[in-house]
Write a protein that binds this ligand. Structure first.
Ligand code: GLP
Length: 260
């Protein structure tokens, strides 16, 4: 695990975008996993700039979302398909084509079956080359909440009270408007990505980052499963890194990392 610690969101986003675009450019298997939440937004902004300036395009790249709410209106701006459309889809954004954006079907009559089908779609696509991740303050990745299976496939999950409180800011600060269920890639699904990169900034993430990097692998903090992934990078700011005991060592290792 490489841990990069950055002074601000902009330098973090630029470094993350540089790596992501390099991996996709060099790979013959152009499939990315995309995350929602506020953490990846500066990275998406940088991808739009790169597309505008002709440095990189997501045209021809397939993108699989991590998760989707169940029971959210099709046209709701916080439906993750709509969030990703707004951020990434179109020649005026990153060049990603609508038909290349895959999201779990949160309005399917049978959500369990929709989850199974989504997992199969990822397999049929030959897997994900690089999976982008955020992290919840309770340590979830995707929407894999504490004490689920560390080997889960894409599945239906219910959200913790903490996650619904955290996400209320996207729903007019009204927790009752936050959906209670979702479909999420499982931890086992995420772990099959060839490479993963996780972005976290701010004080609210400091505990989860401490557990992720230095805690024991445990279903209580789902993100800790990434310690078992052979090719993971963590992009964090100084505040999110503030509870790490060995931060100086991680900085040194980051500087001396060898590129795959
Ligand atoms: C949601 C998403 C996660 C995301 C998390 C953190 O719960 N399902 O994928 O990592 O929020 O969000 P933020 O980056 O806004 O803190």
């Amino acid at each position: 695990m490489y841990v990069g610690i950055f002074p601000d969101k902009k330098s973090l986003a630029e470094a993350a975008a540089h790596h992501l675009t390099q991996v996709i450019t060099e790979s013959t298997h152009k499939v990315i996993g995309v995350a929602t939440g506020s953490s990846p937004l500066p990275l998406y902004e940088e991808l739009r700039r790169m597309h505008r300036d002709g440095e990189f395009t997501l045209r021809g790249v397939r993108a699989f979302a991590l998760d989707e709410y169940i029971g959210i209106d099709d046209d709701h701006p916080e439906r993750y398909r709509n969030v990703l459309r707004t951020e990434l889809v179109g020649e005026d954004k990153t060049g990603l084509r609508e038909e290349d954006l895959m999201t779990p079907d949160g309005s399917a009559p049978n959500a369990v079956e929709a989850a199974r089908i989504y997992d199969q779609h990822i397999r049929d696509a030959g897997g994900i080359t690089i999976q982008l991740l955020g992290i919840g303050s309770d340590g979830h990745i995707g929407f894999n909440e504490p004490a689920g299976s560390l080997a889960s496939r894409t599945h239906v999950e219910i959200l913790t009270q903490k996650t619904r409180e955290d996400n209320a800011r996207f729903f007019e600060d009204d927790i009752d408007k936050v959906p209670t269920r979702c479909i999420t890639q499982g931890l086992g699904t995420i772990m099959e990505a060839h490479e993963t990169m996780l972005i976290a900034t701010g004080e609210k993430k400091a505990d989860a980052i401490r557990e992720l990097v230095e805690g024991a692998v445990s279903a209580k903090w789902p993100a800790t499963i990434l310690q078992m992934h052979p090719n993971t990078r963590i992009y964090i700011d100084e505040v999110a890194a503030s509870k790490l005991e060995l931060a100086d060592f991680y900085r040194a290792r980051w500087e001396q990392r060898h590129e795959a």
